[in-house]
Design a protein around this ligand. Sequence first.
Ligand SMILES: [Zn+2]
Length: 281
Amino acid sequence: MKLTMHCTGTCKQLEILSLRGGKWRSVAFPGLFAMLEHLSEGLILFDTGYSPRFAEATRRLPYALYRWTTPVETGGHLTAAEHVRAAGYAPEDVTAVIISHFHADHICGLADFPNAKFICSKAGYDSVASLKGLAAVKRAVLPDLIPPDFETRANWVEQCQEAALPAACRPFERGWDLFGDGSVTAVDLSGHAAHQIGVFLRGTDGNPVLLGADASWSAQAVRENRLPSPPAFILFDGRRDYKRTFGNLVELHRRQPEMRLLFTHCAEAWELCGKEGIELL
Ligand SMILES: [Zn+2]
């Protein structure tokens, strides 16, 4: 199995918001998604990043508030579907999209993969499915980005086989074995969004890789145990859950400093997996 990460656009945010003690300067954070070339399951995506659909979905109020508060730049970047083509596949080849959570910057491309099943948390989906208008914007959700046939194509992680994780993943002990072969195991990373999930991928060296979505803004923040600044918590679903999940990531890094922790808005993840990618088991 091969993992690569691809950038679909950037969003601007103050560095100090993302990292306690950071600078008062605006930084462009990449909006990444991951491609997994799985030996038996075919092409799987983890999230789908931005696309020009973001601009369409935020044209009218109140959804325009999202675009004004989080300036997004997609010019010069390929969409997830275009990245799939550039890798030598067709969008129709994507068999599954794992959705970490339903913030707009993770689901802009869902409608581009007609044959994919959507693998996500049922509790996470239920927490946003009925949101509209301002209530949706407040939770960074744009209803137009969720395809109309979503529920018929959804596979809920809670219905996947529960499995014990290897000792290298402690303090994460259990997860959901998404494909029944131990290659991709989803774990709960609640806090940033309700019931957000990440996945541990089995590594060739016995050292798993974690796709951690938005549980941290960067790997640096985890290494240095630096939470986001207090005002950033307004953006999150649950302050206590965020801190618990972040604390688990810090503990994971303390025990396994070599483990690759890959986050959606982390430039390091893009550098590490952007070109050659990583070969996994
Ligand atoms: Zn998010």
